[in-house]
Design a protein around this ligand. Sequence first.
Ligand code: TYC
Length: 102
Amino acid sequence: MATRHDPSTILEKQEQRVKPPPMYQVVLLNDDYTPMEFVVSVLQKFFGMGREKATQVMLKVHREGRGVCGVFPRDVASTKVEQVCSYSRQHQHPLQCVMEEA
Ligand code: TYC
């Protein structure tokens, strides 16, 4: 049903109350045992990176100890962490992945 406003009424813009969802970084951690090639394949498989980008991120983690794989809403970040950890365990690698509020 259409609502009519008295033309003398001043309509104030409603304040925007919906905040964007908090975002989370998925961070990959270095270790001494996981093969470089395996890390590159994880970045391609779970983060949709091409081979070159995946290699750059892997080398950054290798040299600096950690690196960001992507930034996602909480549920997506949590699923990625689970997938990476479980896939790494299946392949007997100690690769660690965590999420942090961005
Ligand atoms: N440091 C590992 C090696 O020398 C490679 C590696 C890179 C492991 C990134 C984990 O998240 C990682 N084989």
